[in-house]
Design a protein around this ligand. Structure first.
Ligand code: MHF
Ligand code: KIV
Ligand code: MG
Length: 305
């Protein structure tokens, strides 16, 4: 299922039909790169809807990007559901996936099923994503068997940054590369419909993509994956925190937005804004006189001298 840049041009006619699992597998088989972007609220969900995104991911990166926490481990299930509700009102056509927040799939199979059901039922998402390897394979198998599709996520696991002593590229030596590959295989066999490969060497990502039946979605994993994902705020240049090496900014919205806010404040301070809004906001002279009489007869003349 690997995708070579020179093969990417033979694109199928873009379908604006609802993206389904079947469609995602067809894209991977045809070697048409799958486009994935995160969304955290209604406007970003709507942006993925309007710009032909295949998968919209309510990533737990929203902890840092949208809520200002210092780690994704701070995000609660209730907070995630709140954001999923907003995104799902905007992103109707993309396949909608939510990250299961840290801790919500670590308390056993039954508790995990309850939490995933809440994301689907209350949050309105179609599938869940979870970070980890063989240690969560039984949970993935259970959810899949119950009809909740699962996207898995290996390589750099942000929810484990403490255990991993930071956000580090994974699989750079033969042994850890083999372990990432084995994990991917086990997760596929457990029933995952796709797998995120985060921050691993491009050769390893290409190898895994060729070896698996399910699509691989890369972030910092090179061009050979079946698809790519980026954090929305990284892609449009809004995120002002740490910029990982794999990030490319496709717009500078943060700069433009900052200039807008600064210009607004300057215009208010200088009296350049606002103008008098005439016409529909106007009061005719007669009504204005009536108003003044009402104020006077109520003895409510202004205090100001
Ligand atoms: N804005 C944003 N973008 C993301 O991609 C993202 C988040 N936030 N928050 C949740 C996780 C955290 N992620 C991260 C965070 C840091 C690095 C990072 O600093 N990577 C180093 C690797 C250094 C190395 O191992 O040599 C880098 O410089 O790219 C990578 C992914 C990915 N996710
Ligand atoms: C970057 C993607 C893969 C993610 O997990 C997130 O945004 O939380
Ligand atoms: Mg995540």
């Amino acid at each position: 299922m690997s995708v070579r840049p020179e093969e990417k041009s033979s694109a199928l006619p873009i379908s604006r039909k609802k993206v389904t699992l079947q469609r995602l597998h067809a894209l991977a088989e045809e070697r048409i790169p799958i486009t994935v972007i995160t969304a955290y609220d209604y406007p970003t969900g709507l942006r993925s809807e309007k710009n032909d995104i295949d998968i919209c991911l309510v990533g737990d990166s929203l902890a840092q990007v949208a809520l200002g926490y210092d780690s994704t481990t701070r995000l609660t299930l209730d907070e995630m559901i709140h954001h999923c509700k907003a995104v799902s009102r905007g992103a109707k056509t993309p396949f909608l996936v939510a990250d299961m927040p840290f801790g919500t799939y670590l308390g056993g199979v039954d508790a995990t099923v309850r939490n995933a059901v809440r994301l689907v039922q209350e949050g309105g998402v179609e599938a869940v994503k979870m970070e980890g390897g063989p240690e969560i394979a039984d949970i993935i198998a259970r959810l899949t068997s119950l009809g909740i599709p699962v996207m898995s996520h290996v390589g750099l696991l942000p929810q484990r940054h403490t255990a991993l002593s930071g956000y580090r590229v994974q699989g750079r030596d033969a042994l850890t590369a083999y372990s990432v590959f084995k994990s991917a295989k086990v997760l596929q066999d457990a029933g995952a419909f796709a797998i995120v490969l985060e921050a691993i060497p491009h050769q390893l990502a290409g190898f895994i993509t060729q070896a698996l039946r399910i699509p691989t979605i890369g972030i910092g994993a090179g061009p050979s994956c079946s698809g790519q994902v980026l954090v929305h705020d990284d892609a449009v240049g809004v995120w002002s925190g740490h910029k990982a090496k794999f990030v490319r900014r496709f717009a500078e919205v943060g700069k433009g937005a900052g200039e807008g806010v600064a210009s607004y404040a300057a215009a208010v301070r200088s009296g350049q804004f606002p103008d008098v809004v005439g016409e529909s906001y106007g009061m005719d002279a007669g009504q204005w006189q009536e108003f003044q009489k009402l104020v006077e007869s109520a003895g409510m003349t202004p205090d100001a001298s």
